[in-house]
Design a protein around this ligand. Structure first.
Ligand SMILES: Nc1ncnc2c1ncn2[C@@H]1O[C@H](COP(=O)(O)OP(=O)(O)OP(=O)(O)O)[C@@H](O)[C@H]1O
Ligand SMILES: [Mg+2]
Length: 723
């Protein structure tokens, strides 16, 4: 098939001579004529190019725009690189907005292609800028996220808002894992392109006791050298000349497994010279923290970990080092789960079970297929291999049946829930996207939720009820059939809070504006937005004792919550945990005292930082609570770092967290001013501080840190030659 015009030029620029069969199918189905399409074709089948072709044929420079939205930052950065190349070829201006990288509205207004995460797209939509109506192509990549309880409603809002604001838009949904594709296509009002064609075949199997059992019944022996199954597999893969990505479920496991693999680096195939260079580069060009020292050390041995705790620059360096074979193995959390192209011949799934709210939950079939799909990407290997590591108690055949032979789960709307719906309705009104009942109705009827539900009348009823709630809770006002947000409503939507939570916070604080950290931590832990710890039977007596003893600290007292004992006690237990955190109790101690898993504390803390920040914003709205605002700002900062107020000043220095701040304080450096008087040699005497960190700390404070002692030179050499 020969393409003319800009799509043809695009292929020339990218050096692509022939479309893949599923790509040809999309053209036949009207890709270049503005048709909506659902492209449900396998991993690595070239869906990105499909989107780029549509953009090339639809977007008129400076007149119309394209949006490309993705669920993960790693994908956003990969698409950024790709579309910047496309932009250079076709003269498009490309802007990317991800996480904290803010791009001013002006730039977005001028861009031809905007790449963003779902959340950023959602925040653009909530601002409702004029250029929304100029969008001629909207791409939702990894559309299966619509089934995710947290992110799914955002995807629905994006699609429905785009359809509403830009009726002429060409929508493209892309995903390798949609089993109910016909239904989803119907919802998008799209033609369906389905295929099972993959440019590189993918062999899938399960590993146990020295044997890989493939789904095609072939068996392959693996020599058991190390006592660690995943490590044996990595060595096996490396011996056969392949690179691997190993998936685990937590950051901590990613680091510990990478270390284990590095110990056996003599058995791995990697380019030793480039790996040393990559290790140097990591150390030289990124923040010099313990994490980057460790990472650099591992990279020098051909191994890396990859998780959300790395900076963007560190991730890019790791990914590039993997591309040029300086690294043989990446141990990753699901931050690399979907959409990315790396030269992994092997994907090894070390853990297919994860902790979710205290329960062990196996990953979904869809997620498995996405992880597996990272193996065997075009241009790198002839065949890809995806291997699940069975646990000792697992039956191999069961795993093959469950994950490899089954279809992914059908996609279902997660909007069918009052809480999510009222958040969305408030967002529509606050942003001005829709303020009249008929507009609101039309927008909601565009959702997958409406499409999948039995009765439109029921939805109409629920929407009305939710609007009435919003009015009752002082979030919106209504006059002459026009809804408008109140100040509290506007703030609630801006803060991404559940209206019920912000109302709960406002009501209780206005009744009792108490400056008490425990009381405030308990208050926010009572909201629906809180993340709480579970209460065990054996905790109950102790929790009641705490309630008695600290009754006067509480803003929300127990009387009204007799019927909601569990909710109340969970909030008390969570507030105690958070209180320990800001009083500098050690992390391991908190984990064992509250019986929470690794990672739980940090996500509970993260949520409470957001909620306490919300408290400080809400308290500004009312005269009786205004004084609380600055008090809660300090509390928010203490929560962020997990420290007492006296060391807060020190934690504001980059590279100084709660542990180092306390050590500095104990060694007499109680303020930034005192710290300025220190020398590098003074600081390295303090535990946990080495030369790299000492330099970073003093450098930031404007202290002259030029010149290196002999001792420092020696130690730096040591970091890189250490084996
Ligand atoms: N027609 C083509 N000829 C050669 N290579 C191609 C062609 N189309 C795409 N590719 C290459 O195939 C690789 C995979 O493409 P892409 O990332 O778009 O896959 P995908 O379908 O989006 O997969 P996933 O579902 O995993 O996101 C890319 O490296 C891309 O450059
Ligand atoms: Mg993709």
């Amino acid at each position: 098939m020969n393409l003319n015009g800009k799509p043809g030029k695009l292929l020339d620029c990218l050096g692509i001579r022939k479309l893949y069969p599923p790509q040809e199918k999309t053209v036949e189905e009207g890709l270049l004529k503005g048709r909506n399409l659902l492209v449900a074709t396998p991993t690595a089948s070239g869906k990105t190019l499909v989107a780029a072709l549509a953009i090339a044929s639809q977007v008129e420079r400076g007149v119309s725009k394209a949006f490309y939205t993705v669920p993960l930052r790693s994908i956003a950065f990969e698409k950024k690189a790709f579309f910047e190349a496309v932009g250079r070829c076709l003269g498009y201006r490309v802007e990317t907005i991800v996480g904290d990288l803010e791009v001013p509205e002006r730039k977005l207004a001028r861009a031809d292609i905007i790449i963003s995460t779902y959340e950023k797209m959602d925040s653009i939509i909530r601002k409702n800028p004029d250029y929304l109506s100029e969008i001629s192509v909207g791409v939702i990549d990894e559309l299966h996220y619509i089934s995710d309880p947290k992110r799914g409603p955002i995807v629905e809002l994006i699609v429905s808002a785009l359809k509403y604001r830009a009726p002429q838009i060409q929508l493209l949904g892309l995903s390798a894992t949609v089993s109910n594709a016909a239904e989803i296509a119907e919802w998008l009002n799209a033609r369906l392109v389905e295929s099972t064609w993959r440019p590189v075949p993918l062999l899938q199997g399960v590993y146990k006791d020295g044997v890989i059992r493939y789904a095609n019944n072939r068996e392959e022996p693996v020599s058991q050298k190390t006592g660690v199954p995943t490590l044996d597999l990595v060595i096996h893969a490396s011996r056969k000349g392949g690179q691997s990505i190993v998936f685990v479920q937590s950051r901590r496991k990613a680091v510990s497994l990478a270390r284990k693999i590095a110990v056996k680096h003599a058995l791995l195939n990697y380019d030793r010279k480039t790996s040393k260079e990559a290790a140097h580069k990591l150390l030289e060009s990124t923040d010099k923290t313990e994490l980057s020292q460790l990472l650099s050390n591992l990279v020098s041995k051909g191994v890396a970990f990859h998780h959300a705790g790395l900076s963007n620059q560190q991730r890019t360096l790791v990914e590039n080092a993997f591309r040029n074979q300086a690294i043989n193995v990446i141990v990753a959390t699901p931050t690399l789960a979907a959409g990315v192209n790396l030269p992994a011949r092997y994907v090894i799934i070390d853990e297919y079970v994860r902790f979710e709210e205290g329960y062990r939950t196996p990953i979904s079939v869809s997620e498995y297929k996405q992880l597996a799909g990272r193996a065997g990407r075009p241009g790198y290997d002839e065949t890809g291999y995806a291997i699940i590591v069975a646990r000792p108690s697992d039956d191999v055949e069961d795993l093959v049946d469950y994950y490899i032979r089954r279809e992914p789960e059908p996609l279902t709307s997660k909007l069918a829930n009052r809480r999510v719906l009222r958040i969305i309705l408030l967002a529509l009104i606050a942003s001005g996207l829709a303020r009249r009942p008929d507009g609101i109705d039309r927008l909601i009827m565009n959702t997958l939720y409406a499409h999948q539900s039995q009765s439109k009348a029921v939805i109409g009823f629920i929407v009305k009820e939710s609007l009435r709630d919003l009015e009752k809770w002082d979030m919106v006002t209504r006059s002459n059939d026009l809804y408008g947000p109140t100040r509290l409503g506007l703030l609630t939507s801006l803060l991404y809070l559940d209206p019920l939570s912000s109302r709960f916070i406002a009501e209780n604080l206005r009744r009792k504006p108490l400056k008490n950290s425990f009381g405030i931590l308990h208050l926010v832990s009572m909201t629906d937005d809180a993340q709480v710890v579970r209460v065990q039977r054996r905790d109950i007596e102790e929790l009641y004792r705490v309630i008695d003893e600290r009754y006067s600290d509480l803003i929300v007292t127990p009387e009204k919550y007799i019927d909601e004992e569990a909710r109340y006690l969970q909030a008390v237990k969570t507030a105690l945990l958070l209180e320990d955190w800001i009083n500098e109790v050690a992390m391991d101690e908190i984990e064992s005292k509250y019986n929470v898993g690794p990672g739980d504390v940090s996500s509970i803390v993260e949520t409470s930082v957001w909620l306490v920040y919300s408290v400080s914003r809400i308290s500004k709205l009312f005269p009786e609570t205004q004084e609380l605002s600055s008090y809660t700002r300090t509390l928010e900062e203490r929560l962020k770092y997990g420290v007492k107020e006296e060391v807060l000043e020190l934690t504001r220095i980059k590279g100084v967290g709660r542990v180092r701040a306390r050590l500095l304080y104990q060694h007499g450096y109680k303020s930034v001013a005192e710290l300025r008087k220190a020398s590098i040699e003074d600081l390295v005497r303090i535990p946990t501080i080495g030369y790299i960190v000492a330099r970073e700390i003093l450098g930031q404070l404007g202290v002259n840190v030029e010149g290196m002692s002999e001792k420092e030179k020696k130690e730096r050499e040591g970091i890189l030659s250490y084996t």
